[in-house]
Design a protein around this ligand. Structure first.
Ligand code: UD1
Length: 351
């Protein structure tokens, strides 16, 4: 059996790591296509190196662009590769433009399509990620869901018969890396041992409107303790375009971190402020309370458990550095770290 994974953006490389290992352990032939959506060393190659992921068999080098141009170029470059290999499964990950491009090409070529992280919903149709995951779920032959809620969402859309609960592969890699991660390399000017907030902001809804972007950065600058902002290239580009200075006040701007360093930085932080999906969950897994600067989250379990809260209106800025911490010690909502083996088993039994 041949499984071809299609990935392109940073969080997809993280999910690919445990899946590639589990497929190899199960003796499944696996090829990797990198669309090139993310291409900076710190956004791409660093993850393959740190997480010991096999080098991609193909890099389509598509790069950045508008949604149509980027997704269309990926489809143009994916089609001949998938047609030549004709894998038994095209495996897609999450909700990026790379996922949607692979889904459309696979169904047009009549290749079986599996979607990992199926069934997540924000119910916010203004998010590009929501279009990508809904369209991919409805094109897929096998829906690999991380949570019971994702399974319920899929059943509600008539997709229950093709859905399997496999757990969350990001928990696999996060828990494993946390066992060996050392101290985080934090920016100059930060006292080792002093409390800090770890922040990331990159979503279109927070970066594309200069007023919104300025308000979020102003709130981070005004925090009473240092804020380490690991800056996604999209944030840097949008600030430059809007003439907004990224630093100032409590803000210490850092380059994007590799995965083990990010795990260490989250674990060592007093609090996380983010609009990233993955980071909300990593904060939960590592026991750091999180504020999410969005109107909704796909990872509602983290909110229900008291480790995460939504602050779209920036009305809780006063407690971003010291959010409430739940009393419950257990943090096992996303499985015990063996979801990738369940993915390999589901692909084998459904193939
Ligand atoms: C993409 C995903 C988003 C995911 C995020 C993780 C879509 C629609 N969005 O958003 O779901 O949460 O990845 O990071 O697929 N850039 C660089 N170097 C890079 C990559 C990007 O400079 O290596 C800059 C470019 O200015 C580019 C911008 O970042 O235009 C946005 O990149 P893009 O891949 O379009 O979307 P992300 O914001 O990264």
């Amino acid at each position: 059996m041949l499984v071809t994974s299609v990935v392109g953006a940073r969080p997809q490389f993280v999910k690919l790591a445990p899946v590639a290992e589990a497929l190899a352990e199960a003796g499944i032939n696996h090829r990797i296509i990198h669309t090139g959506q993310h291409y900076d060393e710190r956004m791409s190659q660093a993850f393959f190196t740190d997480l010991v992921i096999p080098a991609p068999d193909h890099n389509l080098a598509v790069g950045s662009g508008g949604h149509g141009a980027q997704t269309g170029e990926m489809m143009i470059r994916l089609e001949p590769v998938l047609e030549q290999d004709r894998p038994d499964w095209v495996l897609t990950y999450g909700d990026t433009n790379s996922t949607l491009a692979a889904a459309v090409v696979a169904v047009k070529l009549h290749l079986p399509l599996a979607h990992l992280e199926a069934g997540l919903r924000s119910f916010n149709r203004r998010m590009p990620e929501e279009h990508n995951r809904v369209l991919t779920d409805h094109a897929s032959d096998l829906l690999l869901a991380p949570t019971q809620l994702a399974m319920a969402n899929l059943a509600g859309e008539g997709l229950g018969a093709h859905s399997r609960l496999v757990g969350d592969v990001m928990a696999d890699v996060c828990l494993r890396v946390a066992r060996t991660a050392g101290a985080a390399p934090l920016p100059d000017g930060l006292d080792p041992g002093a409390p800090y907030v770890l922040a990331t902001i990159h979503r279109a809804e927070n970066t594309d409107d200069p007023d919104r972007l300025a308000a979020i950065l102003g709130a981070l600058r005004a925090q009473p303790i240092p804020v380490v902002l690991t800056a996604h290239p999209r944030l840097v580009a949008k600030c430059a375009a809007a003439g907004i200075d990224l630093g100032g006040g409590s803000l210490l701007v850092a380059e994007p971190l590799g995965y083990p360093d990010m795990v260490a930085a989250v674990r060592g932080a007093a609090a996380v402020v983010t609009d990233s999906g993955g980071l909300q969950k990593e904060a939960y897994l590592l026991g750091t309370p999180c504020t999410t600067v969005r109107t909704e989250t796909e990872w509602v379990e983290t909110v229900a458990a008291g480790w995460n809260r939504l602050d779209p209106e920036l009305s809780q800025v006063d407690t971003w550095a010291a959010p409430p911490r739940p009393a419950a010690a257990s943090r096992d909502l996303y499985g015990d770290g063996h979801a990738a083996q369940a993915v390999a088993a589901a692909l084998t039994s459904a193939g």
